[in-house]
Design a binder for this molecule. Sequence first.
Ligand code: KG4
Ligand code: ZN
Length: 349
Amino acid sequence: MSEKKDVRILAYESSCDETSTAVIKNGRDIKSLIVATQIKSHQRFGGVVPEVASRHHIEVISQITKEALSEANCTWKDIDAIAVTYGPGLVGALLIGVSAAKAASMVTGIPLIGVDHIMGHIMAAQLKDEIEYPALALQVSGGHTEIVLLKDPVHFEIIGDTRDDAAGEAYDKIGRVLGVNYPAGKTIDAWAHEGKDTFNFPRAMMEDDDYDFSFSGLKSAFINTCHHADQIHEKLNKYDLAASFQAAVIDVLAHKTIRAIKQYKPKTFIMGGGVAANHGLRDRMSAEIAKLPKQDQPKVILPDIKLCGDNAAMIGAVAYNLYNDGQFADLTLNADPSLELPYAKSMLN
Ligand code: KG4
Ligand code: ZN
């Protein structure tokens, strides 16, 4: 019997403020991963400046392509497909990765695969362990907060979404009020562990019978509390503020996700996205799942912390699944800043 051929994918990610390249073998094995972060350039503006992001991407993308190949001990001849994030994200930023990948594909003749960034965050789990299907994912990042059902490696449906701010966005906005540099999530998470939930911030839509979220009310309650204290010259404890905010975010995320797990009975539970690096959320989700009856407990895959943020390894993982499914792009592939996963049909009625 002939052995299955290894598949090596060179992947690009440039949707926001990290430029990243990676070589992934068989969708699981990271042969190289380069992440060029631009965070320092954006910090003084308190968020990502699209023009600055594009300029940084273009400066480093050729160099980090070479680095990814050489660290993986590969040449173009060893690469079976070139993958790239084509949305969602900042259009100018996406365009740099898409143009680089298309140029490489055109020159080398290596097939091209377009990847959805959100599928990437979810498939970071595949780099850690084997996903058994159906699976359910809590995808929490700076731009998105979604509960996603995975029927198989290439069919995903959103069953819950945020109605306003994404969880990471809320972290960054309240972080700004506390004087924390962008992106604030990691620091707020650390502060939360030093404080207590004393402010009792609102938990929006907890008891609604859908899987949607809303974080803008929590964000406003937080900001109003801080402004009011400022006006009366009262100094609030930043650790308690962080702990109270984080408790409210985690309560809603955990409550709705556990309800979805009870309804859909997935074989695997996955977390993905920048906020999936949150220690409080990781611990809480693992603890809540452990409380379910043994036969209802899905396998839990929490990606490595460094693979929760934007990186090209996760794009290579998705691309391997699309490769096996024969889903290739051609040179008409274009950046799609508002690319969306499909919504579950039942939600469209
Ligand atoms: O997935 P990501 O790198 O970029 C997007 O696709 O949006 O997520 C970035 C977001 C930021 O909002 C950042 O504050 C948040 O992830 N984040 C965290 C933590 N680490 C990063 N939020 C909460 N706790 C953390 N430990
Ligand atoms: Zn992301």
